[in-house]
Write a protein that binds this ligand. Structure first.
Ligand code: MV4
Length: 498
């Protein structure tokens, strides 16, 4: 049976490679696209066929839907996998694919649109019997409307942009004094970011975990869930570590959350991979629907490792009209998985650190998975997301998965740029992390290891080696990147290595 003639992968980096691998394994040729900044990217080097789609700026390349559809037609691709980010949740793109007779590997235009409008999604979920955070029934525009609501739910409340999501256009209101300025700020931010100043209000959950459920639907009315992922270790809405299962959930809550996520997905006849995002109140153990993400997520490997399901292959099969290859009662969570996102950034200041990678050796070993797109000599471009790799490990229990992850992080060699690997090592040693005792505020409130990131002899030797390599690299090229030199100097001072 022929799934597709060819699949175009409308993305870059590790996810383009991940999708390419699924295509290969299913015997479907894949087509890569790339920007001018990505000529030497691994997703291009691995591809059988690759097309330049424009300049470095995403807007002119990876977000240029006309160009991408043109390349699909030219190359004979009859399906497009959007990966995550970029065009993956763009209903206009899904519709343009449909009009061009190309299968969009993802949910329907209707499902993307329903979930993209957060207020409409909230409304839809309430009608479907999915628990939502107590708050406004529709958009609010005046402080008085919010005051009436606060009479019912109390302070604090949070104002959210309807067109937002992922944390943009949100404002916390702790007391009456914040109210007027918060609503003004939320609306103007929403207008400038999304061109839509519609906002709504929810009671603010002060001590939450972020727990999401992986769901999957096919075109035959079947929808199942593949349990939860714990995603609370984050900073400013950028996730750092994810795991499955969540150390916080009782089996009862897990099953209830799964059933509710399926209900949410069924209400929009969901097809393909999706994620229902919940906020879990640590103090009351209540959970509420926040958003549904209508794409494959970055952290999908932890679900793959504990369920044994290849989520990307499944996306392709379902998009080709197949039935889901599993039923709910065939799925179970086996053991524990943890994912550390490796970012090209300063682990203390979180400033991006693009540039040329000098030495690069990925960890290997038992139950150790790497999704990466970097190699020695590769220059990490400044134009895109700083995530360069994901390290995922599996263990029969949580401690084994964590110990393996720590071991693998110790094996990681990446020099020439700065990465957050030292930060990961410290988080995995933190008492509260090890106990599973953490909320979404962990990095800002509980993590106290920033001054201890480079204290072991190993870390110092590594840093000195990296500095010498960067120095030699630049000397051999006869150029000085003053920024890089000053970064290393600053690090040296921090380590008293002057
Ligand atoms: C909230 C909340 C507390 N109470 N809603 C952030 C991203 C977007 N999906 C919704 N977000 C939040 N909504 C209520 N009613 C706290 C957050 C939040 C958050 C949620 C998940 C993961 C990290 C977060 C970091 C800050 C705030």
């Amino acid at each position: 049976m022929k799934l597709f003639k060819k699949i175009l992968i409308a993305n870059r980096g590790e996810i383009a490679i991940r999708v390419h691998r699924a295509c290969k394994e299913l015997g479907v040729p894949s087509v890569a696209v790339f920007s001018e900044a990505d000529r030497n990217s691994l997703h291009v080097l691995l591809a059988d066929e690759a097309y330049c789609i424009g300049p470095a700026a995403s807007r002119e390349s990876y977000l240029n839907l006309h160009k991408i559809i043109e390349v699909a037609k030219k190359s004979g691709a009859d399906a497009i996998h959007p990966g995550y980010g970029f065009l993956s949740e763009n209903e206009d793109f899904a519709e343009a694919c449909q009009k061009a007779g190309i299968t969009f590997i993802g949910p329907s235009v209707h499902a993307i649109a329903s979930m993209g409008d957060k207020l409409a999604a909230r409304d839809l979920m309430k009608k479907a019997g999915v628990p939502c955070v107590p708050g406004s029934d529709g958009p609010v525009s005046s402080p008085d409307e919010i005051r009436a609501l606060i009479k019912k739910v109390g302070f604090p409340v949070i104002i959210k942009a309807s067109a937002g999501g992922g944390g943009k256009g949100m404002r916390l209101v702790k007391s009456e004094a914040d109210l007027e300025s918060a609503i003004r700020a939320a609306r103007s931010e929403a207008l400038s970011y999304f061109g839509d100043d519609k906002v709504y209000v929810e009671k603010y959950v002060t001590n939450p975990k972020h727990i999401e459920i992986q769901v999957f639907g096919d075109g035959h009315g079947n929808v199942t869930h593949l349990f939860e992922r714990e995603c609370s270790i984050q900073r400013r809405h950028q996730k750092i570590i994810e795991e499955a299962p969540s150390p916080a959930l009782s089996n009862e809550t897990r099953m209830a959350m799964g059933e509710i996520a399926v209900k949410a997905a069924k209400s929009v006849s969901y097809q393909g991979a999706g994620t229902v995002e919940f906020i879990y109140d640590i103090d009351t153990k209540d959970f509420y629907f926040l958003e549904m993400n209508t794409r494959l997520q970055v952290e999908h490997p932890v679900t793959e490792l504990v369920t044994g399901v290849d989520l990307v292959q499944e996306q392709i099969l379902v998009a080709a009209g197949e039935r889901l290859s599993f039923s709910q009662n065939q799925l179970k969570q086996n053991g524990w998985a943890i994912e550390a996102r490796i970012y090209a950034e300063d682990p203390i200041t979180f400033m991006p650190s693009p540039g040329k990678i000098v030495r690069c050796r990925h960890p290997q070993g038992p139950f150790t998975r790497i999704d990466s797109y970097v190699y020695p000599g590769y220059e990490v471009p400044m134009h895109y997301d700083p995530m360069i790799a994901k390290l995922s490990t599996w263990g029969s229990d949580r401690r084994e998965a964590i110990d393996r992850c720590q071991r693998a992080l110790d094996e990681f060699i990446l020099t020439g740029i700065k990465t957050n690997i030292p930060l990961h090592k410290r988080i995995l040693q933190h008492d509260k992390f090890l106990k599973g005792d953490f909320s979404t505020h962990f990095i800002e409130k509980d993590f106290d290891g920033f001054d201890k990131l480079f204290t072991s002899i190993d870390d110092r030797v590594f840093l000195i080696t990296a500095a010498i390599e960067a120095y030699n690299e630049q000397k051999s090229q006869g150029v000085w990147d003053l920024n890089l030199v000053s970064n290393w100097k600053r690090l040296g001072r921090r380590l008293s290595l002057r």
